[in-house]
Design a protein around this ligand. Structure first.
Ligand SMILES: Nc1ncnc2c1ncn2[C@@H]1O[C@H](COP(=O)(O)OP(=O)(O)O)[C@@H](O)[C@H]1O
Ligand SMILES: [Mg+2]
Length: 258
């Protein structure tokens, strides 16, 4: 007998231990519009978790709750076992430093060189002063994204894919333990998308980052996902790895593979 491999997500899903992000029954509305109706999920240490969902389902809203740009109306949101809503501003700020967020439309500062763009988080966020240490960290992260050559360049001299890499470098330079990628390959051609997806894998290996990757690029999901959650109407409806979802019978899930 062939058993369906796609597991239906039960809203009472129990969060297993070892989660770096654990969400239970998260709800969020804007006015009368309910966006997150009931979100429960965990992100485990070192995994790449892909979140699939059609446009307007609440994926970005969910990720913004994790990073503190939005606050949930109800439900539990724990980051490294800390209930975020119970933290003082100072405690949250310290915790927030461990989370990197690559926005859907991450823009570089056009009037600054690549080096200056990367210096910014080091001096403003980490308050580093040692010029040699700063330069060393910039070179290290640029080498990581394969763009050491671009250190003196202006953003306008770079291709879209290169700018995306520098945007990623600017987030990674703070060495986040958790990375949240919102549509990292949207607007890029297939070859550049593949490079970005491979870079996400390299970052996972190199820094043991735990990542949530929001995408509807199935090629990106195939390359990066250890596990996939499918979001629909403000909650998660299916879970599995790429092969499990691809061979499942759920109509909504199948629609992503067409
Ligand atoms: N700050 C906001 N104020 C009001 N509505 C919002 C806000 N942010 C998102 N929404 C609404 O929430 C819904 C989900 O948005 P979003 O999370 O961006 O979807 P997606 O899954 O495409 O990332 C959309 O209908 C959007 O208009
Ligand atoms: Mg979005």
């Amino acid at each position: 007998m062939v058993k369906t491999l796609v597991q239906k997500i039960n809203s009472n899903v129990v969060n297993k231990p070892g989660a770096v992000v654990a969400i239970k029954h998260l709800k969020k509305s804007f006015g009368t519009k309910e966006v997150l109706s009931d979100i429960s999920m965990s992100l485990y240490k070192g995994e790449n978790l892909v979140v699939l969902g059609k446009s307007g389902q609440g994926k970005s809203v969910a990720i913004k709750c994790i990073v503190g740009l939005l606050t949930q109306d109800s439900g539990s949101l724990k980051v490294f076992d800390e209930e975020v809503k119970d933290l003082s501003e100072k405690e949250w700020k310290a915790l927030r430093m461990k989370i990197g967020f690559l926005f859907q439309s991450a823009a570089l500062y056009d009037s600054m060189t690549v080096e200056q763009n990367l210096e910014f988080p080091l001096t403003r966020v980490l308050k580093l002063k040692d010029k040699q240490e700063i330069r060393q960290r910039i070179e290290e992260v640029l080498e990581g994204v394969g763009l050491l050559d671009a250190i003196e360049k202006m953003p306008s001299d770079l291709s879209g894919g290169m700018r995306k890499r520098i945007g990623l470098a600017r987030t990674l330079i703070l060495k986040p333990e958790i990375m949240l990628y919102d549509e990292p390959t949207t607007g890029l051609d297939p070859i550049t998308s593949r490079e970005i997806s491979e870079l996400i894998m390299e970052m996972q290996k190199k820094y043991q980052t735990s990542s949530i990757i929001i995408t509807h690029d199935m090629a990106c999901a195939k390359i990066t996902a250890d596990r996939i959650l499918v979001m629909n109407n403000g909650s998660f409806e299916a879970e599995g790895n790429y092969e499990q979802l691809e061979s499942g019978s759920d109509e909504l899930v199948r629609s992503f593979f067409k």
